[in-house]
Structures are given as C-alpha cells and as structure tokens.
Design a protein around this ligand. Structure first.
Ligand SMILES: NC(=O)C1=CN([C@@H]2O[C@H](COP(=O)(O)OP(=O)(O)OC[C@H]3O[C@@H](n4cnc5c(N)ncnc54)[C@H](O)[C@@H]3O)[C@@H](O)[C@H]2O)C=CC1
Ligand SMILES: O=C(O)C(=O)COP(=O)(O)O
Length: 529
C-alpha cells in the first residue's frame, strides 16, 4: 500500500483518482512547518504540494520512503531539486493545467491597473463617491512581455485582441514564432524603453532575478505600468517603489512577492499605486482541478513503476521516443546488473553502445536504466533512474554512450562494457527478439543466447570434455535443478563459458565446490534484483 501526503490545499476533485486507487492511502495535512513534516514524512511514499510547503533537504532526508514529490502547479522553486535528485526522488509538476488561469489573472491585473478598479472599489464601499480615478485604454498601447512561454504567449494573444502592440522577449523566441503570434521579437532593452505596460512571465532564476531593476526603470517611458504574476524577485521590489516615487512608473500590479507572505510593513501594501493579490494566479476551480488531476495521474504512474511525464529533475522525453524505448528498460537494467556482477574491481568507465533500431533515438532514459543496473550492485535501492547518472558522476564513473556499432544481425543491440581500475573490460550485449523477448546474446567475446531472468550461474572454464557432466552432477547432488544451459567458446580447447539457469538461488558453498572442479576457473551467481 502506498501512502501519499497532501500538504497544501489541493482540489479534492483533482486527487479523486488517488483516493479511489485501491493501492493508495491519501492523508491531507496542511499548514505543517518543517519540523512537523520531518516527523511524519518517513511513512510516506509521495508528497503532493503547491507553493506553500517548502520541501527542504531536511524533509527529504527524513523521507526515507519518499519516491516522488508532485507539485500541483508550475513553479518548483519551493522544492530543493538538487537534494531530490541526489536522493533519487522524482519531482513532477503540472505545467499545463494553470496556464490560461494565470494568463487571465495577469490580464485582470492589467485591466484593474489601467482603470484603478481596486482603489475605486475601496473608496466606493467606504461611502466616498470619488470620480477622479482617470484610467487609460489598452488599445494602441505597447505591451512588453518578458518570458514568452506558456503563460506569456497566451497573454500576448489576448493583448492582440485588445488592440495592443506587443513586444516579446524570450531566449527561445524565434522570429518565426513571433511572427506567427503576431508580435515583435524584441530585446529586454527595447521593451523597457518602449513599453507602456510590461508583464513578466519567467521563472525566477539567477538570470531573471531583478531583471527589472534600477537601470531598467531609469530608461522607461514615464507613466508606464508593470505587472508581475510570475515570481517575486523578477522585478526588484525596492527599485520599483523608487521608480513610482520618481513618477516613472504610474502603477504596478503584483501577485507574487520576494518573500511570501510579505511582512505587514512591506511598502507594496501601503502604496496606493500598487495593487496586490496573495499569489492567486493559479487559483481558479478549473486550474486547480487540472493541475491536481495531472499530478495525481503521474504520481500513480511513478508509484506503480509505470512510465510518466513532466519530471522536473529528469530531461523531458517525447512520447514517441518513450514508446520506442520503454520495451528496452528492463533489458537495459538487467544488462547493467549482469555486467556489474562479472566485475570485482571498482568500475571506472561504463560504455553503452546502441545499434540498430536504437541508433537514432535519444536513448538517455534507457541509459539511466542501464546505469541503475550497474550501480545497484553497490548502491542497492538507493539508486534509481532519477539519480543513476548523478551517482555515476559523483563517484567519478565515466559514462560513455555511442550509437555507432554494427548490429551483428540483430535488429537492435545494446552492449554494456565496464572498464575497471585494473584495466580489465567486461562486456555484455543483449537484444529484444521479436516474439521471444529479451536475450543476452554476448558475454565478453562469447556468443550466447540466454533469457535474462531467474537465477543464473556463470562459469568460466577451459574447454575440455566432461566438464558439463561434472557440473551437472555436482549441482544435482546439491538439489540445484538446471532449467537451461548455454556454453560458449571461441576455439576448440580454449577459454569457454557456461551459463546455467537454475530454479533457485545456489548456496555459496555449492559455488565454492564448483570452483574446485577440474578445469573450472570461476563460478558465480548472477542475480537480477
Ligand atoms: N502567480 C501564479 O500563481 C503562477 C505563477 N506562475 C509562474 O509563471 C511563470 C511562467 O510560467 P509558464 O509560462 O507556465 O512557464 P514556461 O516555462 O512555459 O515559460 C517561462 C518562459 O520564461 C523564459 N525565460 C527564462 N529565462 C528568461 C529570461 N532571462 N528572459 C526572458 N525569458 C526567460 C523561458 O524561456 C520560458 O519560455 C513561472 O515562474 C511560474 O512559476 C505559473 C502559474 C501560476
Ligand atoms: O504554478 C505556479 O507556479 C504557481 O505559482 C501557483 O502556485 P499555487 O499552486 O497557487 O501555490
């Protein structure tokens, strides 16, 4: 049974599928502080949050069973991603579910700003019929959009319908896409100099922190207005207050703050030209259902070990590529595990080669499984597909991937070679045979045909008559039943290998006895976790 903790207010309707799942128990405990979370997190497999819960390294460290953190929304700046990756915890978000809602909030803020709606409302309900609030039209005004991702693009589309001229900047915005959206591709400098309204829609990164600060305000059009429904800190709060005092900025609308909630004496809360909302950008019935549905679905997949999308701490993979790779995941992991068990020395380099059908796709997700297989010998359940590449890196294990080799007659072939400190190299190759499933087809230089499952005994020996018989007799005497056997050699009388599939684990003593048989150099068990 998987236990899921929901620590922020998340739509009940959205998490219904989690609550209905027979293998999941959901607990809702909101408003907990770090220490309280540390206390209870050990029993949970998954944690679901919005932006309030700060998922710190301390919480993750305590979360020994934690496999996934689901963010019902876009921004993951409240989650320590590095700590999650290190511990192999998948972080997923729901990037699409609140785009329109947040865009509409930014638009609502822009209109409220243009027409002083919050200020006029406050006066009116106080009994003052004050008609001095003189607004501006949006029509024919220039809107600068910083960050033309999902939300920024939707804002631009709506602004066009209002007759605005739009300047957009985003490092990934191409001339072609700008043209398609009917906007002008601009620089940050163009935007700050020419816009009547600026709206920011970027994440908060070292690059975007204070991207609008004193130098930018100084060159702005007098009377411009600015909106931030993205992240506190993209616009420098103190520089904005100064720019308002200097008469440069006529008004600002902020949904987000550098520190949330802001202190009671925060200048934004006492400035009649600044309108504020308490991080409500994503707060609509529709968006909350959308993000909760998306995140619940992915959490279920992850808990059940099924393919998932939107992992923030793993690179994105197109569904078409994922469909192609998925059948190889198990084989990849087993090849890695097999190769690792052939070695006693510390691994220095893992070389993975993909051939045939796998030669032209982005195989990184599959490589993660292979590396997991290799490292699991030493890291056990501490390694998974999220942290396998990271663990290899911190342990100075060089991972080399190539996609160039010949297929040796197979339609697909994965080869895993491990180089160890003593200079030795061991190699295992496998394939997926149409209709027959996974096969190991090569061990070192020996061609074989082995189903990578169950309990295997790997024996290296000299190719002499009578060896198969003596091995069979010894195992039989010890009640180890052989289900299948493969022998491989390159030349008659030379080095040879034997791989036996047996019905159960072979006791260590029996392996020891096998090694003592004449002409046998080594006998070891190969297990697939
Ligand atoms: N107020 C609220 O409740 C909500 C806030 N957000 C925030 O809105 C922001 C945008 O969200 P989405 O559009 O969904 O994300 P997105 O990832 O689709 O778009 C962000 C864009 O910012 C661009 N960008 C990154 N660095 C930049 C830079 N230095 N200059 C200009 N552009 C840069 C990226 O290339 C990307 O296109 C995020 O910070 C998100 O956390 C999102 C939802 C709700
Ligand atoms: O999705 C985002 O990035 C947001 O900022 C929304 O935050 P929330 O889920 O409303 O706490």
């Amino acid at each position: 049974m998987f236990k899921v903790l929901v620590s922020d207010p998340i739509s009940d309707m959205g998490i219904q599928q989690l609550m209905d799942a027979s293998d999941v128990v959901v607990d809702k405990k909101t408003g907990l502080n770090e220490d309280e979370l540390v206390q209870i997190i050990p029993e949970y497999d998954a944690l679901l949050v919005r932006s309030q819960t700060k998922v710190t390294e301390k919480i993750m460290e305590a979360g020994k069973n934690l496999k996934v953190i689901g963010r019902a929304g876009v921004g993951v700046d409240n989650i320590n991603l590095e700590a999650a990756t290190k511990r192999g915890i998948v972080v997923i978000n729901a990037p699409d579910g609140n785009t329109i809602t947040t865009c509409e909030h930014a638009f609502a803020m822009m209109m409220a700003l243009a027409r002083h709606i919050p200020q006029a409302y406050a006066k009116t309900i106080q009994g003052t019929w004050d008609r001095k609030f003189l607004g501006v039209e949006l029509r024919n005004k220039t809107l600068g959009v910083l960050g033309m991702g999902r939300i920024g693009s939707e804002v631009a589309k709506r602004a066009k319908a209002f007759g605005m001229d739009i300047l957009g900047y985003d490092p990934f915005l191409t001339e072609e896409r700008a043209e398609k959206l009917g906007i002008k591709l601009a620089t940050v400098d163009d935007i700050v100099r020419n816009a009547d309204f600026i709206t920011v829609h970027t994440p908060l990164t070292p690059e975007t922190k204070h991207m609008i600060s004193r130098p930018q305000f100084e060159v702005m059009k007098k009377g411009m207005r600015i909106i931030n429904c993205a992240r506190g800190g993209v616009v420098d709060e103190m520089a904005l207050v100064e720019a308002i005092d200097q008469g440069i900025v006529a008004g600002a609308a902020f949904d987000v703050f550098e520190k949330e909630p802001p202190e009671a004496d925060h200048p934004f809360l006492h400035n009649p030209k600044i309108i504020v909302t308490p991080h409500l950008g994503a707060s609509t019935v529709e968006a909350q259902e959308n993000v909760a549905i998306d995140v619940s679905e992915q959490v279920l997949h992850i808990l059940r070990n099924e393919p998932f999308k939107n992992a923030v701490n793993m690179p994105p993979v197109a569904p078409s590529v994922m469909n192609k790779l998925q059948p190889y995941f198990e084989l990849g992991e087993k090849l890695g595990a097999f190769a690792a068990q052939l070695n006693n020395e510390a691994v220095q380099e893992i070389h993975v080669d993909y051939a045939g059908d796998l030669a032209e796709v982005d195989t990184q997700p599959l490589t993660r499984y292979i590396i997991k297989g290799v490292l699991s010998r030493h890291f056990g359940s501490d390694v998974n597909t999220v942290n396998s590449l990271h663990l290899a890196k911190v342990r100075d294990v060089n991972v080399v991937v190539s996609q160039a080799s010949a297929t040796k007659g197979f339609t697909n072939l994965i080869s895993v070679s491990l180089k160890t400190q003593d200079g030795a190299e061991r190699r295992v190759a496998g394939t997926l045979l149409n209709g027959y499933g996974a096969r190991i087809v090569q061990i070192d230089k020996f061609p074989v045909d082995i189903a990578p499952e169950g309990h295997l005994i790997f024996i290296s020996h000299n190719d002499k008559p009578g060896i198969i018989g003596s091995v069979g007799t010894l195992l039989g005497k010890n009640d180890v039943n052989i289900a299948a056997m493969q022998v491989g050699r390159k030349i008659v009388g030379g080095e040879a290998i034997m791989v036996l599939t047996v019905d159960k684990e072979t006791p260590k003593e029996v392996l020891g006895e096998l090694t003592k048989l004449p002409e046998i150099n080594k006998a070891q068990q190969i297990a697939f976790a």
